[in-house]
Design a protein. Structure first.
Lengths: 580, 170
C-alpha cells in the first residue's frame, strides 16, 4: 500500500475518521487553526460551528447519550479550553464518553504565559477519565485510538487530548499509520461477574420477601435495557429507576413504580424504605437517592452491579458486589433464575402493597382533565401535554431545576437514551446544546428541550447555531418568571426570603428573540389554550419552535425527601408530609 | 498508618494525577516518595496515609482506577519492610550528637561538621526518626530533610507489572 503522508493536523482528523467519527462540534481559534485547515480539506468529518465552547461539549454529550457512541469536540487553547470545562465536568459526573481535543500554544511557549495559554491538562485533571498532552505528531493516531478506547470502555467518561500548535504544522509531514491494535498496561476491564457471586446474588433474590430493582445510568451505558426487562419479569417485583436511569425499564410497565430519590414518587421511595432486598444495577447510591445514608435501607440486604469497583462500598456497604458489565451480569442472573424455574408469585403481595402506596399518594397523571382557577397553567400539565402531543416518543433533553424534575416525573420514558439531562453535575444551559447533538444524530426524530426561563438563558446563543444548521428542535419553556427550584428551597427552608431569584422586569420577549434568529416563537398563558398550542408546536416539523409557557410561579415539586431523613420521610404537598 | 506501594507510568502528569486524587477526594498524605525504577517507563511510589478512619480500600480502588497507575499494594496488609532516611543539621558539636544518638538503633553517619554544627544522616524506622526529632531542643535544631517512608514486601515476590494488555479491533 502506498505511504500516506500527513501533517499532525491532518493525522488528527484522519484518525477521527478512522475511528468512525462523522461529526464534531467546535469553535476555532489561533492554536487550533492548523487543525481547522485540515478539516477544510477533507469531507469525512463534518464540523459543526457552535457559538460557545460550553455548547460544543454539551452537544457532543447529547449526541453520545442518544447514540451510545462517543461525542467529539474541538476547541482552541486558553478561553476555548476553559469554556469547555463545564461540559467536560458534566460528562464526567454522568459517565458519558467524550473526546475533547484542545489546541495548545506551541511547545516552546508552554509555561511562558503566552497569549491564550492555559494549563488544560492541569485544569481538566480532576474531571477527566484520562488526558493526553501530545509530544510528537507521529503519536497522534495512537493517542486518538487510546482516547476512544478509554472514553468508551468500562465506566465511560471524558478524555482530553491537548495538542500544541507546532505539532499540527501543515509543513511537517510524516507517514500516517492508524493502529489496528492497542497496548495499554494494566487497564482493568470487568466483564462477567464471578459465578460464585452470581449464585450468591440469586440466593438472596429468591429468598427475599420484598425485593426491589433499582437501576441507574450505568444500566443505560451498558445497553442493558432488554436484560433488565427480562429480569424484572422473572422477579415480578417493583422496579425503580434513578433520574439517570429513566427509560431503562419501561415507565408504562405495571411493575414500574417511578423514579426514586429526592423528588421520586411516594411509592418508589416507600418501596426502597420497606424492601428487604435492594438490587442496584449501574447506580451509585448517591446522596440524591439515599437521603441520609445512615438511615438508608436498614431492613435490606443489598446487591450491587457496577462497572467501576470504586463505586462499590463507597457510600453504602453491600452484601454481594458484582463488578462487571450490567448487561452481561444480568444475563448471567437471568439464566440462573430461568434454570431454576423461579416462581415469583410470592412477591405478588409486595407488588400489591406498592400499588396501594401509589393509590394513596401517587402522582396524578391526568391533570390535563382538571380546570384551574384563572385558567392558570400548572407546570405538570405542560409536561403531560407535551407527552400527549408527542405520543411519548420524543427525545427529551432538559436543563436543571423544577422543570427537569417535572419532566422526569411526568413524561413516561419507555426506552433508554430518550431522556437526556445533566443529573450528576446539574448543569443549567445543558438542554439546548444537548438537543442539537441529539438532532444531528437523529434528524428524523422529534427532539424537545424542556427548559425554564432561567436555564435557557445560559446557552441561548445556540439559537443561532440551530438557525445555521436548520435544527427544528422544540423548546418548551416553563416560564415561572423566577429561579423556581431555588425559590422552592427558599419557601421551604428560608422562611420565604426570596434572595436573588427574580429578574424583575428584565426577561426578554422570547417570541421576538426566537424570531430574530429566524425561528418561530409562541406564547401560551391559559390552560384552555395549552393543548392546541402544544400540538401546533410539534406539528411545525421543519421549524424550531420556542414555546414560551407561562406557568404558576408558586408551584413546588413534590414529593420531596426531608433533609437528613430516611426514604419514607417526604413532603407530599405544601400541607402534607409523611413525618411528624 | 498505611503504607502504599504503587507503580505508575513514567509520564508527564502521572504524579499530579495521583496527588490530585488525594486532595480531590479529601484524603491526606503523610509522606510520599517517588523515583523511576529499573524499567525507565515506570515510576515507583511509596506513600503513607496516617489518617484515622480513612477508607483505605476506597483509596486503593480510586488509585487503581487512574489509567496511569499500573499496580497498587497496601504494604501494611502484607509482611513488609519500611524504612526512612533523614538528614539532620544541628547546632551541636559532633561529640554531643554522638551522645544523643547512643540510645537509638538506627544506622547513622556524620556527613559534615565543625565546632558549632553537625550534619548527619540516620536510616531507620519512621517512628524512631520521629522520636529523635521530638527529643531535639528548638535552639539546637537547624534543619531536617526526610525521604518519606520507603517500603516493599518481604519474600521473593515483587510488585510486578502485568504484561501490556493487547486490545484488538476487528
Amino acid at each position: 500500500m502506498a505511504k500516506v503522508m500527513t501533517s499532525g493536523g491532518e493525522a488528527l482528523i484522519k484518525a477521527l475518521a478512522d475511528e468512525n467519527v462523522d461529526i464534531i462540534f467546535g469553535y476555532p481559534g489561533g492554536a487550533a487553526l492548523h487543525i481547522y485547515d485540515a478539516i477544510y480539506q477533507q469531507d469525512r468529518v463534518q464540523h459543526i460551528l457552535v457559538r460557545h465552547e460550553q455548547a460544543a461539549t454539551h452537544a457532543a454529550d447529547g449526541f453520545a447519550r442518544a447514540t451510545g457512541k462517543p461525542g467529539v469536540c474541538l476547541v482552541t487553547s486558553g478561553p476555548g479550553a476553559t469554556n469547555a470545562i463545564t461540559g467536560i465536568a458534566t460528562a464526567y459526573m454522568d459517565s458519558i464518553p467524550l473526546v475533547v481535543i484542545s489546541g495548545q500554544v506551541p511547545n516552546h511557549l508552554i509555561g511562558t504565559d503566552a497569549f491564550q495559554e492555559t494549563d488544560m491538562m492541569g485544569i481538566s485533571r480532576p474531571i477527566v477519565k484520562h488526558s493526553f498532552l501530545v509530544q510528537k505528531p507521529e503519536e497522534i493516531p495512537v493517542i486518538v485510538k487510546k482516547a476512544f478506547h478509554i472514553a468508551t470502555s468500562g465506566r465511560p467518561g471524558p478524555v482530553v487530548i491537548d495538542v500544541p500548535k507546532n505539532l499540527t504544522d501543515p509543513n511537517e509531514k510524516f507517514e500516517y499509520k492508524f493502529p489496528s491494535d492497542l497496548y495499554l498496561r494494566s487497564f482493568a476491564l470487568y466483564d462477567e461477574a464471578e459465578n460464585s457471586e452470581v449464585k450468591k446474588a440469586v440466593k438472596l433474590l429468591t429468598e427475599a420477601e420484598r425485593p426491589v430493582i433499582y437501576a441507574g445510568g450505568g444500566a443505560i451505558n451498558s445497553n442493558a435495557a432488554e436484560e433488565i426487562y427480562e429480569f424484572g419479569k422473572l422477579m415480578g417485583c417493583p422496579v425503580t429507576n434513578t433520574l439517570m436511569g429513566l427509560g431503562v425499564y419501561p415507565a408504562s410497565d405495571e411493575q414500574f413504580v417511578g423514579m426514586l430519590g429526592m423528588h421520586g414518587t411516594y411509592e418508589a421511595n416507600m418501596v426502597m424504605h420497606e424492601a428487604d432486598l435492594i438490587m442496584a444495577i449501574g447506580a451509585r447510591f448517591d446522596d440524591r437517592i439515599t437521603n441520609n445514608p445512615n438511615k438508608f435501607g436498614l431492613q435490606a440486604k443489598k446487591i450491587h452491579i457496577d462497572s467501576d469497583p470504586s463505586s462499590i462500598d463507597k457510600i453504602i456497604d453491600v452484601d454481594v458486589a458484582m463488578t462487571g458489565n450490567a448487561k452481561k451480569v444480568i444475563s448471567q442472573i437471568n439464566k440462573e433464575l430461568k434454570a431454576m424455574n423461579f416462581d415469583n408469585k410470592k412477591f405478588d403481595g409486595w407488588m400489591k402493597k406498592a400499588m396501594q402506596w401509589r393509590a394513596e399518594h401517587g402522582l396524578n397523571h391526568n391533570m390535563l382533565d382538571q380546570k384551574n382557577p384563572g385558567d392558570i397553567i400548572l407546570p405538570q400539565q405542560v409536561i403531560q401535554s407535551a407527552y400527549k402531543a408527542t405520543d411519548g416518543k420524543a427525545f427529551v433533553t432538559s436543563d436543571v431545576g423544577q422543570h427537569q424534575m417535572f419532566a422526569a416525573q411526568y413524561y413516561h420514558f419507555n426506552e433508554p437514551r430518550k431522556w437526556i439531562n445533566s443529573g450528576g453535575l446539574g448543569t443549567m444551559g445543558f438542554g439546548l446544546p444537548a438537543a442539537m447533538g441529539v438532532k444531528f444524530a437523529f434528524p428524523d426524530e422529534t427532539v424537545a428541550c424542556i427548559t425554564g426561563e432561567g436555564s435557557i438563558q445560559m446557552c441561548i446563543q445556540e439559537l443561532s447555531t440551530c438557525g445555521q444548521y436548520g435544527l427544528p428542535i422544540k423548546i418548551i419553556n416553563l416560564n415561572n418568571r423566577a429561579l423556581g427550584m431555588v425559590k422552592q428551597w427558599q419557601d421551604m427552608q428560608y422562611g420565604g426570603r426570596y434572595s436573588s431569584i427574580s429578574y424583575e422586569d428584565s426577561l426578554p420577549d422570547f417570541i421576538k428573540l426566537a424570531e430574530s434568529y429566524g425561528h418561530v416563537g409562541m406564547k401560551v398563558e391559559k390552560l384552555s389554550e395549552l393543548e392546541s398550542a402544544m400540538e401546533e408546536c410539534f406539528a411545525l416539523k421543519d421549524k424550531l419552535v420556542f414555546l414560551d409557557v407561562y406557568v404558576d410561579p408558586d408551584e413546588h415539586v413534590y414529593p420531596m425527601l426531608k433533609a437528613g431523613g430516611d426514604m419514607s420521610e417526604m413532603f407530599l404537598s405544601k400541607t402534607e408530609k409523611t413525618f411528624e | 498508618m498505611n503504607h502504599i506501594a504503587l507503580l505508575m507510568e513514567n509520564q508527564p502528569g502521572a504524579l499530579s494525577r495521583v496527588i490530585g486524587l488525594f486532595s480531590q477526594r479529601g484524603y491526606n498524605i503523610d509522606s510520599l516518595s517517588v523515583a523511576p525504577t529499573q524499567d525507565e517507563t515506570l515510576s515507583r511510589l511509596t506513600m503513607t496515609i496516617g489518617e484515622e478512619g480513612a477508607d483505605i480500600n476506597q483509596i486503593l480502588k480510586q488509585l487503581y482506577k487512574l489509567v496511569d497507575v499500573v499496580m497498587v499494594q497496601n504494604l501494611s496488609e502484607a509482611d513488609s519492610l519500611t524504612l526512612e532516611l533523614a538528614i539532620i543539621k544541628l547546632n551541636k558539636a559532633k561529640r554531643d550528637v554522638e551522645g544523643l544518638l547512643k540510645n537509638y538503633e538506627f544506622e547513622r553517619e556524620i556527613l559534615d561538621e565543625k565546632d558549632n554544627y553537625t550534619v548527619f544522616k540516620v536510616l531507620g524506622d519512621t517512628q524512631e526518626i520521629e522520636k529523635l526529632l521530638s527529643e531535639l531542643k528548638k535552639e539546637e535544631f537547624l534543619e531536617v530533610t526526610r525521604s518519606g517512608t520507603l517500603g516493599m514486601t518481604k519474600g521473593n515476590e515483587s510488585l510486578a507489572t502485568n504484561d501490556q494488555t493487547k486490545i484488538s479491533y476487528d
